[in-house]
Design a protein around this ligand. Structure first.
Ligand code: GLY
Length: 594
């Protein structure tokens, strides 16, 4: 700058030079302030945009899934003119082949679909159901205690699978391609095999003991000589390819009736399971109204019962909306304290009130009402933890009005899909249906074996979630779509049981309250409280000072393994830019856009 002034001035007279210099002396500080402010703003934006991690960007469409192959195939479908539903179903079937720990056709889940052309968000419920012969005491031993081997690792642990029916329904209602077309990539991968990553190898090794119990599982996941597949080797699934081909040829009927249904029934009959041919033939996926709430002017849509996810995300957001969270700061002691207090109260309500709304009356309107949350907030102390032993479920009925209700994809038309589905545990029950090549879920463990009993995630359940024939077990899955001014804004969700709700909640808060870009919002350290155990579970990355402050307020702080795997998309409608964030907690996850 100095050099430029010198060179520009040397041709002029002294008087002119003096006037010019005076002007510069006045202008420069102003210029400096303007430039500096602009620079600071630019820096701020850079910090906000760049933060600790950059999302993947696209202008037209975006796919984020937990497996590279599913992401790439879904994106290809979009590029060829398919819509978000076509891509979602293709990705779902590919995950059933490439990621058997959670991708499935033997499990179930939930999907939210938000088309660009309408305000309406549709929820598709393809949760598993209890077999018609299931009964309340089926997992109790002679002493009346829950038998966890039965509810988690036996043929009794499997609910009637919903995934194929759910995918077929979504495609029929909102897709543009046929089942055969969207299934072809998955069939090819099952038949010809794919290169296994390290995560696959580690996952199989961790569940070896369970697979070893069942010859069909051993045959699927290990080589003929009993040795393990190594990273970089090709893994083929011929039986699964046949099962998928039957669906491609005959539609959902090709799974719920005929050869596959007979194979499932025979597997059950041989090993004391309950799923019958009729249970399969009678299974129906259901279209539901999603839960709808608002948070600081944004519209939040998430999954309704039989999932608890949407209800409690909205309930916790309603509570937190009453505090200046942005001012308190991300993962500060005050913010974590309030989040934990809100979470423990919501999970207490979950244990009492949530279950399959086709069987019980869930006080949904009350639970998600702003007035109920205003009443609860009165009992939250700003500086002191409320021991969970003092928290009982609230009284949401009082707030009912008299009239009485994850991968992420955004396509080139602006339609959005948020989908979460599961086998429950990694690899579900660990039982592969002999001859059909797919794993059965162990979702029956999500019912309460008896009032007050906890499931595998330590979640307490009550009467509302007791086992009944054909009932759907309570879930925490929370596929979520947040809208801004009526337009799709944030598409998110997560795996991992009870932590799904808190993970999804924190991605929403990180974006709305803490103004993080979507990748930083996904990467940031998470916290979790679920009423019981009475502890704040934290990931690595919460500062020791903060932990100390919270301990002094009466919280028990426990650092455990990472939580969730939130594959999320943020849409900047104004600039028509898409930001995709794959969760680094799952090493195979991938975001791609164009
Ligand atoms: N199986 C875990 C859930 O649905 O919440």
């Amino acid at each position: 700058m100095k050099l430029w002034i010198k060179q520009s001035c040397h041709r002029h007279s002294t008087k002119y030079r003096y006037t010019f210099t005076m002007k510069l002396l006045i202008i420069l500080p102003v210029l400096f302030v303007i430039l500096n402010t602009a620079q600071l703003q630019a820096n701020d934006e850079a910090i906000l945009a760049g933060q600790r991690a950059e999302p993947v960007t696209g202008k037209t469409a975006m796919v984020v899934t937990s497996h590279q192959l599913a992401t790439e195939i879904a994106l290809e479908i979009l590029k060829e003119g398919g819509n978000a539903i076509d891509a979602a179903i293709a990705a779902g079937f590919v995950l059933a082949v490439t990621q058997p720990r959670s991708g499935n056709i033997g499990g179930g889940g939930f999907m939210l679909y938000s088309p660009s052309y309408s305000d309406a968000v549709t929820a598709i419920d393809y949760r598993e159901t209890a077999p018609s012969k299931a009964h309340e005491k089926m997992f109790l031993d002679d002493m009346g205690n829950g038998d966890q081997t039965l509810s988690r690792f036996s043929h009794l642990s499997a609910g009637v699978p919903g995934t194929v029916a759910g995918f077929a329904l979504a495609l029929e209602k909102f897709g543009t391609m046929s089942l055969a077309e969207v299934l072809q990539p998955a069939i090819n991968l099952a038949k010809n095999g794919f290169v296994v990553p390290n995560r696959f190898v580690e996952g199989i090794a961790a569940r070896k003991q369970v697979f070893d119990k069942w010859p069909s599982s051993k045959a699927k996941f290990f080589k003929q000589d009993g040795s393990s597949y190594q990273a970089g080797e090709i893994f083929k699934q011929p039986d699964l390819a046949k099962t998928l081909q039957l669906i491609a040829d005959k539609g959902a009927e090709g799974f719920y009736t005929g050869e596959t249904a007979r194979l499932i029934e025979s597997e059950m009959q041989k090993h004391g399971g309950l799923i019958s041919y009729e249970d399969l033939a009678n299974y129906q996926a259901v279209i539901r109204q999603p839960v709808h709430g608002t948070y600081r002017g944004f519209d939040v849509y998430s999954m309704s019962p039989p999932s608890s996810g949407g209800v409690h995300i909205v309930q916790i957001l309603n509570l937190l909306e009453q505090y200046p969270i942005t001012e308190y700061g991300h993962n500060s002691a005050q913010t974590i304290h309030l989040m934990a207090e809100a979470m423990r109260r919501a999970y207490a309500d979950r244990a009492s009130y949530l279950g399959d709304s086709d069987f019980i009356k869930v006080p949904l309107k009350g639970l998600i009402s702003k007035s109920y949350s205003q009443a609860i907030v009165k009992n939250i102390k700003l500086n002191r933890a409320t021991p969970s032993v003092e928290i009982k479920a609230g009284n949401p009925q009082h707030y009912e009005s008299p009239e009485t209700t994850h991968f992420s994809i955004v396509d080139q038309f602006g339609n959005a899909v948020s989908n979460t589905y599961t086998l429950n545990f990694s690899y579900g029950s660990g039982i592969v249906v002999t001859g059909a090549g797919f794993l059965l879920n162990n979702e029956m463990d999500d019912f309460s074996a008896k009032p007050g009993a906890t499931n595998a995630y330590g979640l307490m359940g009550g009467e509302a979630n007791k086992i009944e024939p054909n009932k759907r077990m309570l879930s925490s899955m929370s596929p979520t779509i947040v809208k801004q001014a009526g337009k799709n804004f944030l598409i998110t969700g997560s795996p991992v049981g009870s932590r799904i709700i808190s993970t999804t909640l924190q991605v929403i808060m990180n974006v709305i309250d803490h103004k993080m870009n979507i990748q930083t919002a996904v990467n940031s350290p998470r916290i979790h409280h679920q009423w019981w155990p009475d502890e704040i579970r934290i990931e690595q990355g919460i500062s020791p000072d903060t932990i100390k402050l919270l301990t002094n307020r009466g919280h028990k702080m426990v650092q455990k393994s990472a939580m969730g795997g939130s594959q999320s998309i943020l849409v900047d409608q104004e600039n028509r830019r898409l930001y995709g964030a794959a969760d680094p907690r799952q090493s195979t996850s991938k975001a791609t856009g164009f």
